[in-house]
Design a protein around this ligand. Structure first.
Ligand code: ATP
Ligand code: MG
Length: 406
């Protein structure tokens, strides 16, 4: 799929910007803090309904405005042309001091999309950004997010399970706290404990639907990411990825077995959970563990190793989405070309030979020569293809197409 044009209204530092994209490689260049990443962020939002930089939509609204709107038109590989728009209106103070909730309105080909889960799967994009390093540097939540966003883009039902799980978890935790506030140890026959047991059962069921998919995708990620790292490191490093469940689930278990095991685990720890007012086991606590040469990847492993592992994970994301949707997602490369050495660049480019690309950089000349050099290096993997570049100069929230070849 490829984007034809993008319209940004009151988004970040853009007031009202129209961008007619080229079908191949779109290079956005300009000084720092001009709005290059903001464009990629807007495109990514159309795929996942969330920014890769913040979970707060309010931050995306242009200062002194009260809404933002992003509209993209794109063409699928079957030739059909679609438009997608996301509008976000900030919450306002209503009558009698009530605060009205913020509103998010999504339209696909002019039709209202009621749920975010229905947005998933309409448009696909994969972003490579400096923030990706968090995948190896930070805790389990960034790796869970990587996995969740990857699966959700392909399986909207997975996203619905996640939403449902998150609601159930909140309810269960609320109930745990209200039992704790009674200040007496309730027996299993107490009404509140019976209610808790029902919540535990349904929570474990939804958790099992999530965990089984995560195990399946972790397996696919391992296969692709390990072969990518093999290529990047010329066979020197071995990567493996394992889904680590806090509840000690065997990866070969069936969904029913996972549900039963989790239910039993939560039952045995119920009084501890009441004491803490939170749920100890479940997909919200799990991790995607990374192993380099059979050892858990250390946060202090070398920068080069970390970058290679991250690139391998992102390439796995790209490949899996591409395999499952049967076409290339749009590729967003935020400032990454300059951070990768030639070998890693060629590995990246060897895997994206047909995708539409949006790339940001400070120097357009550099990025083109880096991409060209990497394409030549990747020639023996049949990746070389003459690419067509479109250039855009970004300056203080304004994007100007530049005709001349750089
Ligand atoms: P770099 O090369 O450093 O990565 P960039 O061109 O990618 O820079 P962006 O991150 O896209 O920069 O944009 C940063 C600019 O956007 C800054 O000038 C910042 O003040 C502005 N900005 C961010 N959020 C908002 C907002 N909500 N309203 C107005 N301006 C904003
Ligand atoms: Mg940037």
């Amino acid at each position: 799929m490829f984007i034809n044009d993008i319209k940004l209204e009151q988004f970040r530092n853009y007031e009202d910007q129209y961008i007619a994209a080229g079908p191949d490689i779109n290079v956005f260049y300009g000084d720092n803090a001009q709005g290059k990443t903001n464009i990629l962020e807007a495109v990514y939002l159309c795929a996942c309904a969330r920014s890769h930089r913040t979970s707060k939509d309010q931050e995306l609204i242009k200062h002194n405005s009260d809404f933002y709107q992003i509209t993209i038109s794109y063409t699928n590989d079957n030739g059909s042309a679609d438009t997608l728009s996301i509008q976000y209106l900030e919450g306002k103070s209503g009558d009698y001091g009530n605060r009205q909730k913020p509103i998010r309105l999504i339209h696909h080909n002019g039709m209202k999309v009621d749920k975010i889960s229905d947005l998933m799967g309409l448009f696909h994009a994969v972003i490579f950004a400096p923030e990706d390093l968090m995948l190896v540097k930070e805790g389990p939540s960034t790796r869970r997010r990587y996995l969740d966003l990857l699966i959700s883009q392909i399986r909207p039902s997975y996203f619905r399970d996640l939403q449902q799980y998150s609601k159930m978890l909140q309810q269960r935790n609320k109930l745990l706290k209200s039992i704790r506030d009674k200040n007496v140890k309730l027996s299993q026959n107490d009404q509140l404990m019976i209610q808790l047991d029902i919540w535990t059962r349904t929570l474990a069921d939804t958790a099992a639907s999530i965990i089984i998919q995560r195990i399946k995708y972790a397996d696919r990620i391992t296969k692709i990411a390990s072969s990518a790292l093999d290529q990047i490191s010329s066979g020197k490093e071995k990567l493996s990825v394992k889904y680590k469940s806090t509840s000690g689930i065997d990866p070969n278990s069936s969904k029913d077995d996972i549900s039963e095991l989790l239910y039993k685990k939560l039952k045995t720890i119920v009084y501890d959970d009441i004491y803490r007012g939170s749920t100890s086991y479940g997909p919200h606590r799990d991790d995607l563990e990374l192993f380099l040469n059979q050892e858990p990847l250390k946060p202090y492993s070398s920068q080069g190793q970390q970058r290679s592992v991250v690139l391998s994970l992102k390439l796995a994301e790209l490949k899996i989405i591409q395999e499952d949707i049967g076409e290339y997602p749009v590729l967003l490369l935020d400032d990454v070309m300059s951070e990768l050495d030639e070998n890693r660049r060629s590995c990246l480019l060897a895997n994206i030979s047909s995708a539409q690309v949006f790339v940001t950089c400070t120097e357009a000349n550099h990025v083109v020569s880096e991409m060209e050099a990497a394409c030549y290096l990747g020639e023996d993997s049949h990746s070389y293809k003459i690419r067509e570049y479109s250039f855009f100069e970004v300056d203080s929230g304004s994007v100007r197409p530049v005709e001349q070849s750089k």
